[in-house]
Design a protein around this ligand. Structure first.
Ligand code: GRF
Length: 192
């Protein structure tokens, strides 16, 4: 069974999943492999990591498509070449159309850097600080047509410290992301 991971940038969550899959020998243990890493950005640093780890990569530049629907259709076509049992959004900074989400219903997950349902959307760390939150965190959830909503699979909490900036809080949250995302994917993979 194949997993396809979608990224737009550094891909540190993708890298954490790839490393865990190798360390825990998911291919031998569960018959599951990370078949491809796909990005909407040709310069996504995560593509270098994927290639260095022998994982197929593909780039679809959303700017070269006339519409969101046309991009999503091409994206799905590229992904479906790997017949994924699971599609993992990892720092994939695109809002997906309902048609795309429907096509992968039940096998599409995302990681969002807040304790959903609080702070859907962008700039989650600054918003948590501005709101005076004492805790922040990260959520792994099933993707539905509504942005950053969907059945929650796992969460992790971190303290917000008095002198936190969005950057220092983001770094603390990212550490937790790299723990809970591989764990969430493993739990799903074992059930495939
Ligand atoms: C992280 O904040 C993650 O929560 C969000 O995208 C950011 C970068 O992730 N999804 P990555 O390093 O590209 O995995």
């Amino acid at each position: 069974k194949n997993i396809v991971i979608l990224i737009s940038g550094g891909g540190s969550n993708m890298a954490a999943i790839v490393k865990t899959a190798q360390q825990e020998q998911w291919e031998r243990a569960y018959g599951v492999r990370i078949a491809a890493v796909v990005s909407n950005k040709a310069d996504a640093k995560g593509l270098v990591f994927a290639r260095e780890h022998g994982i197929a990569t593909a780039v679809l530049d959303h700017k070269t498509f006339e519409s969101r629907e046309a991009f999503d259709a091409a994206l799905a076509q590229a992904i479906d070449q790997y017949q994924p049992a699971l599609v993992v959004l990892a720092g994939f900074m695109r809002i997906l159309t309902p048609g795309f989400v429907e096509h992968y219903a039940g096998r599409l997950i995302n990681i969002h850097p807040s304790l959903l349902p609080a702070f859907t959307g962008l700039h989650t760390h600054q918003r948590a600080i501005d709101a005076g939150c004492k805790f922040a965190g990260v959520t792994v959830h099933q993707v539905t047509a509504e942005l950053d909503v969907g059945p929650i699979l796992d969460q992790a909490v971190v303290p917000v410290l008095p002198d936190d900036t969005a950057q220092t809080l983001a770094a603390r949250v990212l550490t937790q992301e790299h723990i809970i995302y591989p764990r969430a994917v493993r739990n799903l993979v074992r059930a495939l």
